[in-house]
Ligand binder design. Structure first.
Ligand code: F6R
Length: 646
């Protein structure tokens, strides 16, 4: 890993492809920073230096910009440099990569609006130097508009630097699979995966535009320098394919391998699938500690499709893991047994620890019993998706469980759900149901909801009262889901963290207020165990922000007695599942528990987010354990211990 202090200059690193033996599978220079903030700050500083150098020489600077979550911390840092360190953008000309087709500039989800909110309104770039494809040109004028965009880039002297993100389809700009290397600015159809990824912004996938205008791969490759940023575990696999795989039009980011001045800038979570991190024994000598051994043996077993206990010396030697055997001077069988036991000991039906049992080889300690267990749930459905089965077990086994819903999740609730509620009230008023004699105030309230939703239009921003109502609807569904997992209403708490109430997707920013709420919850409850998620997610996601809020509160509480003994178990909800070697606690689930978990997830009707994929992931985890030679379970919920806890 490269830290901010020892990292090579990002804009100078490109061109020099693999710099070390470990990086030899990487066909484009890839710099790994510990987190997105340090990487973005380093890049912003270098861009600022370049802009200022050009200013000193009386020249302009032409930069291609991206939208989406990825560049947000980079833009925030540029704004800071402008405000606090007198960085001026008067000589800067910008060209954005793309725009949704059919959205007006004022549309809350248009990239024009996004760029104003995230950068342009906060710095001194002259408006006439800003260029973004126009999503409203008539269909018959699109071709000319695109040609004109290309010409404007050329007339500006070409792009000095193009900033890129990467979609899960491997797209850069909106160059979806199939885009050719010499494609130019044009209209494209968005991939299904891309539309799903934008669904939260548009309140459901059905509302995401089907097409967009994007710079072509050829347009992008003409830039003098390219920096592609990627954050979070969900990008790890596509980053590996783009960096280590063949150049292919199925992954347009792979074309960066053919540019002589391009760099991938990633955070630790997005780097995990690169060979040097995932299979380090294939690229150099490694320190064969217990963790590394488990990782290599589990990998070998998966690769050869042989249960761990059946691996023989030749399997190790012929697959590049001979060094592992050499390091222990033991036979394969002994190494196998050791790893087998390690994996076996991760399995427990007692996620809160087993009373009075010998806990030497159990993931969770026996004492105290029962435990005080705090389950953190960033968006309302997350805990059910991630640990629905475990929740139920914890309750059954007599622990004191508290389920904390960190955000209200109200942005995910469809307008229809709020309208339905308002209309029911109006109808009740009309029929003068029940003994209530005066319906005027309820009617006025319901009318105001209907009116607010009609006024804001399909994608408009919900006024506070609509968000509040949507949040309450979701609370009801959350309670329903919790009761399927046998939790009483009093065992849930709703925090409605302020960062979420004030923000929008991709643009959330937490503050001290959020941390102090979290601090209060932790301190009041004094847990023995915390279950949390979001540690390795996209840093702009609600899950990741909630995790960082928890982490800050946790760090403020170093002196608290309960904290010394408290374990923090991480779970995965919507993020990338744990790999078998990463799992430190595996909680098996019966078919009946799976049915109840499915039922709890289905309770979230108003968000139309019936993530039954969660069940598939649980079944896959069980299949992987089975293939390693463990007992065959229906499904498994997997956990890892948070290393940052102590
Ligand atoms: C946006 C763009 C896209 C995004 C990509 C990643 O202008 O061109 O290629 O960079 O979809 O999006 P995020 O950053 O939201 O993960």
């Amino acid at each position: 890993m490269t830290t901010a202090s020892d990292s090579p200059a990002i804009l100078e690193a490109s061109g020099k492809k693999q710099s070390t033996q470990q990086e030899r599978f990487e066909k484009v220079r890839t710099l790994v920073h510990s987190d997105s903030s340090s990487a973005s700050a380093a890049l912003a500083q270098e861009v600022a230096d370049m802009i200022q150098e050009r200013q000193a020489a009386g020249k302009g600077f032409v930069i291609g910009l991206a939208t989406g979550s990825t560049p947000v911390p980079f833009y925030r840092e540029l704004i800071r440099l402008h405000r606090e360190e007198e960085l001026s953008f008067h000589n800067v000309t910008t060209f954005n990569l793309d725009e949704y087709y059919g959205l007006t500039q004022g549309h809350p989800e248009s990239y024009f609006r996004f760029m104003r909110d995230q950068l342009f309104d906060h710095v001194d770039i002259p408006a006439e130097q800003i260029n973004i494809p126009d999503g409203t040109v008539a269909m018959e004028a699109v071709y000319d508009h695109c040609l004109d965009y290309e010409q404007r880039i050329d007339q500006a002297g070409g792009l000095d630097l193009q900033i890129l993100g990467i979609g899960r389809t491997g797209h850069i700009g909106f160059n979806e699979p199939g885009s050719s290397k010499d494609s130019i600015t044009r209209m494209i159809t968005l991939d299904r995966v891309t539309r799903q990824d934008a669904a939260a912004d548009f309140m459901g996938v059905a509302n995401v535009p089907r097409s967009a205008i994007t710079m072509g791969v050829g347009t992008i490759l003409k830039a003098k320098r390219l920096v592609l940023m990627a954050w979070g575990g969900n990008k790890a696999e596509i980053v590996r394919e783009a960096v280590e795989g063949d150049v292919t039009d199925q992954i347009s980011a792979s074309f960066l391998q053919e540019h002589d001045n391009s760099t991938f800038l990633v955070d630790e979570a997005a780097s995990t699938a690169l060979t040097r991190f995932q299979f380090p024994w294939l690229v150099g000598t490694v320190d064969w500690d217990d963790r590394m051994r488990k990782r290599a043996v589990v990998w070998l077993s998966g690769k050869l499709k042989k249960p761990v206990l059946k691996l023989v010396d030749e399997d190790y030697n012929e697959s590049g893991t001979g060094e592992l055997l050499a390091s222990t001077s033991k036979e394969a069988y002994e190494v196998n047994i050791n790893v087998f036991n390690h994996v076996q000991h991760t399995i427990t039906g007692w996620p809160g620890g087993k009373k009075d049992a010998d806990d030497t080889n159990r993931p969770e300690r026996a004492f105290p019993f029962p435990k005080r267990i705090l389950v953190l749930c960033p968006e309302p459905a997350d805990a059910f998706i991630g640990i629905g089965g475990t929740l139920e077990r914890l309750k059954e086994q007599g622990h004191t469980v508290k389920l904390v819903f960190q955000t209200s999740g109200n942005l995910r609730v469809a307008d229809g759900a709020a309208l339905n509620f308002a209309r029911v009230v109006l109808e009740m008023a009309e029929q003068e149901l029940s003994e209530v004699s005066n319906w005027e105030s309820q009617k006025a309230y319901a009318d105001s909801i209907v009116q607010a939703i009609e006024e804001k239009g399909e994608f408009g921003i919900d006024p506070g009262r609509v968000r509040k109502l949507k949040g309450l609807i979701l609370r009801g569904e959350s309670r329903d889901a919790a009761s399927v997992c046998r939790l009483e209403a009093a065992e849930s708490e709703f925090l409605d963290l302020p960062f979420y109430e004030k923000g929008r997707y991709r643009r959330f920013q937490s503050t001290e207020d959020d941390v102090s709420i979290m601090n209060r919850v932790l301190n009041d409850f004094a847990p023995d165990i915390v279950f949390a998620t979001g540690d390795a997610g996209d840093p702009s996601s609600v899950q990741s922000i909630c995790f960082r809020v928890f982490e800050s509160a946790w760090n403020e509480l170093t002196g608290a007695d309960w904290r010394q003994e408290c374990n923090v178990w991480l779970y995965r909800g919507r993020d990338r599942s744990y790999e078998a070697h990463e799992i430190e606690m595996a909680v098996p689930m019966s078919p009946d528990q799976m049915d109840r978990k499915a039922e709890s997830i289905r309770k979230f009707i108003s968000i139309g987010d019936d993530d039954q994929n969660a069940l598939t992931r649980n079944r896959e985890a069980a299949e992987i354990y089975d293939a390693l030679g463990m007992a065959e379970y229906e499904a498994i919920e997997a956990f890892q211990k948070w290393q940052g806890a102590k």
